[in-house]
Design a protein around this ligand. Structure first.
Ligand code: GRF
Length: 200
């Protein structure tokens, strides 16, 4: 399975995916790492593992559609079969979803449908939930609304800060994101309406 991983920041999820592939646990290849911003550490992580990097800068295109059309071109050039959004801080238009139906996945640091959008960990703290977690889901035309593949739960401690909760959630992200890719690569995901079923 040929992947592209789209990033905008530190790239710890990218690193977890690289590590699991290099350990031989996921039969996939990362054809390229694409960032919408320059100089993020995720690009350095890709370079250290000999993975081609592409900067597809926010400001380089006049409209969202033009950005996405050009992005699809890059992905087609690399023969990408699964688009992995790993902390990619852009909303994709229907151009991207139309080009890769059922083949764009995202990680969100909350238990969707709770706390969609930005600063999900802070939303959870301010709401006062006792548990939060993370969600890997297929990307559809909404924001954080696509069919859910895997979720993981973490407790929220009374003295948690946004940082301490984010750190605890991130540990689980690094487990369920690679696992979701492994399941996809092994053809073990199927749809039953909105429900994603995992075959053993
Ligand atoms: C993660 O918390 C992810 O849930 C969110 O952005 C963060 C990305 O972190 N979408 P990293 O760049 O993978 O370290």
């Amino acid at each position: 399975l040929t992947l592209a991983v789209l990033v905008s920041g530190n790239g710890s999820n990218l690193q977890a995916i690289i590590d699991r592939i290099e350990a031989g646990e996921i039969h996939a290849r990362i054809a390229c790492v694409i960032s919408n911003v320059h100089g993020v550490f995720a690009l350095e992580r890709a370079r250290r593992h000999g993975i081609p990097t592409v900067i597809h800068a926010n400001g380089a295109f006049a409209t969202r559609r033009e950005y996405d059309n050009a992005l699809v071109e890059v992905l087609r050039t690399h023969r990408v079969e699964l688009v992995v959004l790993a902390g990619f801080m852009r909303i994709l238009s229907d151009v991207m979803i139309g080009a890769f139906p059922g083949a764009v996945i995202n990680i969100h640091p909350a238990l969707l449908p709770a706390f969609p959008g930005l600063h999900a960990q802070k939303q959870a703290l301010e709401y006062g939930v006792k548990f939060s977690g993370c969600t890997v889901h297929f990307v559809d035309n909404g924001t954080d609304t696509g069919p859910i593949i895997l979720q993981a739960v973490v407790p929220v401690m009374q003295d948690d800060s946004e940082e301490s909760l984010s750190r605890r959630i991130l540990q689980e992200e690094h487990r369920i994101f690679p696992e979701s890719i492994r399941l996809f690569a092994e053809g073990k995901l199927s749809f039953h309406g909105r429900q994603v079923r995992i075959s053993s």
